[in-house]
Ligand binder design. Structure first.
Ligand SMILES: Cc1cc2nc3c(=O)[nH]c(=O)nc-3n(C[C@H](O)[C@H](O)[C@H](O)COP(=O)(O)OP(=O)(O)OC[C@H]3O[C@@H](n4cnc5c(N)ncnc54)[C@H](O)[C@@H]3O)c2cc1C
Length: 310
């Protein structure tokens, strides 16, 4: 039985694995791939490679630490996690199973897609799913945000400080009439197209416009970049029967990345903690690894107590 199995090869899983290696833990790292969502990068006609620091550069450092450790890496999809005496049994796609005393679950989340013509063609070519990441590149640009919940409102707020004009395309009223919504949408450079259905993404080499059905008309909204900010869907199905999830399906963790099941830790975008950025995922992964280490020492539920020097 291993001491630790880490599931997921994004920033959170990679950081947890690198930290576990440094601590000489007997860890097994299971993931479909290495790098996670960061592998996809937004291309924009006005941005050259040298002008941006890409998350992949950071991730590469962690990946490099694990590249030669083939003995501790399984490239596969986890299909089941079952609690057993003293730990967990983890089964992968080819039917093999592995046992461990602790688990770090770092399977990430996926953004809800538009599912319209042109989406696949222009994905990451002017059309993107992370305003939080790419907003700083929108100086003097006109952009579109698609969505009607808090995620979209936050994207609009962030972009409105940088871009010249932001059009929010919202299918329903969603969170638009909340105090946050009213506040965000009152900005002078923000326009809302409500009750609008996205029909297609259009462009040349890059996405250039969104085709939308609005008030029984089909309109074309031009933009320099389009951000799809619909609900994130956590990859938490594997642990849904084991740990507490929040109402959106994110794994609930405490300040030390402990789930409600002893020995099972979670990190990164799959959790209800504020993440959704590489640096946060990295920190989260390291924190989860330290918590797993403490758990193996028998410190299970206890926090370190602050002792006032005498
Ligand atoms: C298009 C896009 C671009 C982004 N660019 C940036 C950026 O430049 N900078 C930045 O800070 N943030 C960026 N972000 C946000 C950032 O990518 C995420 O916050 C971060 O990747 C989350 O890390 P994670 O490890 O929690 O999950 P993920 O990166 O999603 O990784 C999850 C991993 O788990 C694996 N996995 C899932 N299910 C299973 C399973 N059942 N079995 C085995 N493996 C499994 C996946 O294959 C993947 O390797 C971007 C997000 C998007 C959508």
């Amino acid at each position: 039985m291993h001491e630790l199995i880490i599931i997921g090869g994004g920033p959170a899983g990679l950081a947890a694995a690198a930290y576990a290696v440094r601590k000489r833990m007997d860890a097994l790292f299971i993931s479909r791939g290495l790098g996670g969502r960061v592998l996809r990068r937004l291309l924009l006609p006005w941005v050259e490679d040298y002008q941006v620091t890409v998350a992949d550069d950071t991730i590469q450092r962690f990946r490099a630490q694990l590249d030669y450790l083939d003995f501790m890496r399984v490239r596969s999809t986890v299909t089941a996690i079952v609690p057993i005496e003293g730990g967990f049994r983890v089964t992968v796609a080819d039917g093999k199973s592995y046992e461990s005393k602790t688990i770090i679950f770092a399977t990430g989340a996926v953004g809800e897609l538009l599912n319209v013509p042109g989406e696949r063609e222009f994905e990451m070519k002017g059309l993107c799913y992370s305003a939080m990441t790419y907003a700083p590149l929108m100086v003097d640009r006109e952009v579109i945000v698609v969505g009607d919940e808090m995620l979209a409102l936050r994207a609009v707020a962030e972009l409105a400080r940088i871009a010249t004009h932001v059009t929010l395309v919202a299918e329903t009223d969603g969170d638009l009439d909340t105090p946050v919504g009213k506040n965000v949408l009152s900005a002078e450079n923000v326009e809302v197209v409500r009750h609008a259905k996205v029909l297609a993404v259009k462009g040349d080499e890059y996405a250039r416009a969104l085709m939308v059905r609005h008030a029984d008309q089909v309109i074309e909204i031009p933009a320099d970049a389009i951000f799809v900010e619909k609900q994130l869907i956590p990859n938490s199905a594997l642990v849904a029967d084991l740990v507490a999830l929040d109402e959106c399906g994110f794994v609930i963790v405490d300040h030390r990345n402990r789930t409600t099941m002893p020995g099972l830790f979670a990190a990164g975008d799959v959790t209800n903690a504020l993440a959704f950025q590489v640096l946060m995922g990295l920190g989260d992964g390291e924190k989860a690894a330290l918590s797993a280490f403490d758990y193996l020492l028998g410190m299970g539920g206890a926090d370190f107590v602050c002792r006032i020097p005498k």
